[in-house]
Design a protein around this ligand. Structure first.
Ligand SMILES: [Zn+2]
Length: 281
């Protein structure tokens, strides 16, 4: 499911000119989209994703089916027609009303809470359980899915630019930028050496089996630490790419990382907060 679908599934349209709302797929009449209220009809409809304006462009409705409407389907059709018969299209744009919170105003936080409550996003990514800001959870989830906008991913989206890493001459991929580039290697070596832990080799490993067998508390701390390090690497990369501000040394990434850990530690309970701050000293 695309982000857009998640979003549309959580709001209802107020139909005005009908040009922005899909007749079957969007929620605008009744308690859910018509495709869910009348699945038997939706299954045999010839044209999907038709706007309400297009459906009401003819009388009776501009909807064609692949099979004749008989028996139960005909009954369903009559119910549907009576449900939408009141519609009078106007001139102004359709409105979208967010149904998740009482204010009806969309916020990332309410969408996130709604997704978490319904378990519609894969919570198996460890990122969702970490005490870090929401935007970092999303960043880690993207990293885990391999869809962070590194240059190889941009090229897949038809971006035309230099595919090279901004710190060296290799092609920029997630694996390269976060693990194999000399800058990343220096940073991770320092982290692993300082804490005496085995190195991780990839995102899947880092957010997966790495540190299996470690006490849960240590694992949580280390995951917050490596998340901050990845975030710091990504910010350094962006500063270099977009503002031509090259890091003076790999220490700059480490300082940034420890800054984030200290800041995010406020989201943890007191004991964890203290240990995280201690880690950064
Ligand atoms: Zn590189």
């Amino acid at each position: 499911m695309e982000v857009k679908d998640f979003l549309l599934a959580r709001g209802k349209f107020v139909v005005k000119n009908g040009k922005q709302v899909r007749f079957w797929e969007d929620w605008w009449v009744g308690h859910e989209p018509l495709m869910k209220q009348f699945p038997g009809l939706y299954n045999i409809v010839r044209k999907r994703n038709q706007t309400i304006a297009s459906v009401f462009s003819r009388i009776p409705l501009n909807i064609a089916f692949r099979r004749a409407l008989m028996g139960d389907r005909l009954r369903q059709w009559n119910v549907l027609v009576s449900l939408v018969a009141h519609v009078n299209l106007g001139e102004i744009k359709d409105q979208f009303v967010w149904k998740v919170n009482q204010s009806s105003i969309f916020s990332v936080k309410s969408m996130y809470s709604s997704l978490m409550e319904e378990n519609t996003i894969p919570v198996n990514c460890v990122a969702w359980k970490l005490k870090v800001p929401l935007k970092i959870k999303i960043f880690l989830w993207y990293l885990d899915k391999g869809v962070i906008l590194t240059k190889d991913n941009l090229i897949k989206r038809k971006w035309k630019g230099d595919a090279k890493c901004c710190f060296c001459n290799c092609d920029e991929t997630i694996q390269h930028l976060f693990f194999e580039c000399h800058l990343a290697k220096f940073v991770w070596q320092a982290v692993h050496y300082t804490f005496g832990i085995i190195p991780h080799v990839s995102t899947t490993n880092m957010l997966g089996s790495w540190l299996n067998g470690c006490p849960a508390k240590i694992k949580k701390q280390m995951l917050i630490g490596v998340s901050a390090t990845c975030w710091a690497l990504w910010l350094c990369r962006n500063e270099t790419v977009f503002r031509k501000m090259y890091p003076n040394s790999f220490f700059q990434v480490i300082f940034k990382g420890t800054y984030w850990v200290r800041l995010w530690s406020q989201l943890s309970e007191e004991e964890m907060m203290k240990s995280l701050k201690k880690l950064c000293q």
